[in-house]
Design a protein around this ligand. Structure first.
Ligand SMILES: [Zn+2]
Length: 301
């Protein structure tokens, strides 16, 4: 996304530096479940701003994809009402972008897994949402809920990724989406069960292996997307040889980096997603090979 307004010295400078590395065709929202018009009333108990910031900064670190934070947020009954959706052309373009990437990622997995792949959707929400994994707030960041097999995303996370984590750009955003679809693949293939069997954190944990594999699977899609001539076939096309942006995003949300941002020391025994170096390494492996068989992160433990 380009932000055309220029405000010197502000965070907008980040967005001005964004490059659009991807070419795609807007209009396919077949992989989107749009919940933006719904407002959670009540919802999760309010966290103090410190808590909110912490949750935002540590969303990946806390292992939200499977168990801890979404499930542990205090859940209070939530009424959902349909309100009028107030949006902007920029936001709609971003919805189209998410739709294009989500559909494209799923096409890749249909090709790789055949009938073993079951299509799902990205549930776009604002503020808070009810999933089969409990109530989630925007501040928890994107996640996959194995219970209802959906990816949950608040578009505000992309601004966060750019501004707080210093990883702007469309391919960085696509990497996050593709990572969550990686968890869907793991759920379909039964790999996720390994974490339910052994939920302990740590650098050699099943949780870290699962997260690094999702990074590798995101790379597998990136490999596919960087093939030439896809745009004409209605697919997403990535400029070849430029994975730096997604690599920056992978590095930005490594456990060690998030622990430092959280003001703490680096504590590998609490890792749930892997270090920045590992996340980059596994994304790269998927990106170079395009082969999910190269993503056996459990073998590294
Ligand atoms: Zn994950």
């Amino acid at each position: 996304m380009h932000v055309r307004r220029q405000e010197a010295g502000s965070v907008l400078e980040y967005t001005l530096a964004w490059r659009e590395l991807m070419r795609w065709t807007p209009g396919d929202r077949g992989s989107i479940e749009d919940l933006r018009g719904r407002r959670g009333i009540g919802g999760a108990a309010p966290l103090g701003i410190g808590g909110l910031l912490l949750v935002a900064a540590l969303s990946y670190f806390t292992g939200i994809d499977f168990t801890s934070i979404v499930g542990n947020l205090p859940v209070t009954p939530t009424e959902e009402t349909s309100g009028e959706l107030v949006t902007t052309p920029e936001e709609e373009r971003m919805v189209d972008f998410v739709g294009a990437v989500a559909t494209d990622t799923q096409e890749t997995w249909v090709r790789l897994l055949g009938p073993r792949y079951e299509r799902t959707v990205v549930s776009l929400f604002r503020d808070a949402v009810q999933s089969a994994c409990g109530t989630a707030e925007s501040a928890t960041g994107p996640f996959y809920c194995p219970g209802d097999r959906k990816v949950y995303l608040d578009l505000g996370f992309f601004a966060e990724l750019s501004q707080r984590f210093g990883a702007p750009g469309d391919f960085a955003q696509a990497y996050v989406i593709a990572h969550e679809f990686g968890h869907h693949v793991q759920n379909l293939l039964g790999t996720s069960a390994r974490v339910q069997e052994d939920p302990r954190p740590g650098a050699n944990s099943a949780s870290v292996a699962l997260e690094l594999q999702a990074d590798c699977y995101a790379g597998v899609w990136g490999h596919d997307a960087s093939q030439q001539g896809r745009l004409g076939a209605g697919r997403v096309e990535l400029e070849p040889g430029d994975a730096d942006e997604a690599l920056r995003a992978a590095a930005a949300i490594g456990d060690d980096r998030l622990q430092r941002m959280g003001g703490g020391r680096v504590a590998p025994e609490r890792f749930t997603h892997g270090s920045s170096a590992e996340r980059m390494e596994w994304f790269n492996r998927g990106m170079q090979t395009g082969d999910p068989a190269q993503c056996d992160t459990f073998a590294r433990r």
